[in-house]
Design a protein around this ligand. Structure first.
Ligand code: ACO
Length: 328
């Protein structure tokens, strides 16, 4: 029996309508459009403002679009993995809410928490289910409503993030799909980027709310340094161990945290800018959603057999890269 690969057969996305511009942020915090654009590459981001709608809503929309793109029926999905750090609830899983709403009645569903690397970790987890033959269709979702954990009085964080969701359907293929992955975690730096309260170590209290401990905290400069090194290191590692030269790589699909991190990664891989998917200018950092949102935006330019390197870095600390052959 030949080993199967997990190939992406459908891609979907969801972006909220509301566009939060750098200009509008100037009215909340002491910042300016020029600073944000030159330091991060971000001009605007989307914010989910509709009452009663949250991460599961974006995940649901993206999932339905991915299934439609693949021509697949929700009832045939075996598993749903939702990467997110902004679940609707701590429990039940956002993936369970999606399972019900899209009518994936035969799927089991769970969330995966790996911050900005979440989509890559979820994709490799889903791929092993397909490769083993245990699942035929796995829906991998990355969705985050970052605005729900942002302090819009903190200029060092609120300018960076946005809301959005993306999803892909994985199915078996003899030829195309996920070839290899490298994943890393450095737990001793967990508090370099985190949400201090709301979990079991510090349940919500009057004090945690007063101290703004339900919002993102980060040491931006250290994260920047680690991310620049980490994303380039794993991207090179996966190229080397699969004997890929720069000319063999059709696209780098990088996590969109900061355009300078993306540029540094591409430079170390020897890739020209035309081979790099960059949409951070319009969406900011949507955490688990950045990579599927790139795949969605570029899907009409992708060709069967294209070698893609997906690469990400985020809280945990977590980072990783995936090498896949596009097969759609
Ligand atoms: N507007 C204007 N000035 C600002 C702003 C702002 N929004 N934010 C910070 N500054 C000021 C600082 O206070 C500092 O002033 P000082 O020199 O008087 O102290 C100055 O600008 C320079 O600050 P730095 O932190 O050194 O600026 P840097 O060039 O490192 O950019 C940034 C900051 C954009 C946060 C960068 O460090 C970064 O992108 N880090 C990565 C963080 C990240 O992406 N986290 C997301 C999750 S992890 C991931 O996805 C990889």
């Amino acid at each position: 029996m030949s080993l199967k690969r997990a190939v992406i057969t459908g891609v979907g996305h969801y972006l909220p309508d509301y566009v939060l511009t750098n200009k509008e942020l100037e009215s909340y915090v002491d910042t300016d459009d020029e600073w944000i654009r030159s330091r991060t590459g971000i001009s605007e981001r989307r914010i989910l403002k509709e009452p009663g709608k949250a991460t599961s809503y974006m995940a649901e929309k993206a999932s339905l679009e991915a299934l439609e793109d693949a021509g697949a029926d929700a009832s045939d999905v075996d598993c749903i993995i939702c990467a997110t750090v902004t679940p609707d609830y701590l429990f039940p899983a956002t993936a369970a809410l999606v399972q019900k709403r899209i009518g994936a009645n035969n799927a089991f569903a769970f969330d995966l928490s790996a911050a900005c690397s979440g989509f890559l970790y979820a994709l490799s987890t889903g791929s092993t289910m397909i490769e083993s033959g245990r699942a035929k269709k796995v829906l991998v979702v990355g969705a985050d409503m970052m605005s729900s954990i942002l302090d819009f009085t903190d200029r060092t964080t609120c300018i960076l993030f946005g809301d959005g969701g993306g999803a892909v359907l994985l199915e078996a293929s003899d030829e195309y799909g996920i070839v290899d992955y490298v994943h890393n975690t450095e737990g001793d730096e967990a508090c370099m980027l985190y949400q201090p309260a709301g979990g079991s170590i510090k349940p919500a209290s009057e004090e945690t709310v007063k101290n703004k401990e339900h919002f993102i905290r980060q040491d931006g400069r250290s994260v920047f340094k680690k991310a620049t090194e980490g994303m380039a290191d794993v991207s090179l590692e996966i190229m080397e161990r699969n004997n890929l030269k720069a000319e063999d790589v059709a696209w780098l699909v990088p996590h969109q945290a900061n355009e300078r991190i993306i540029d540094a990664t591409a430079r170390r891989m020897g890739l020209s800018r035309e081979k790099v998917m960059v949409n951070i200018s319009h969406y900011g950092n949507t955490t688990a959603a950045t990579i599927p949102l790139c795949l969605y935006d570029w899907k009409d330019q992708l060709k069967k057999g294209d070698n893609l390197i997906l690469s990400a870095f985020g809280g945990g600390l977590t980072w990783g890269a995936i090498y896949l052959k596009w097969g759609k």
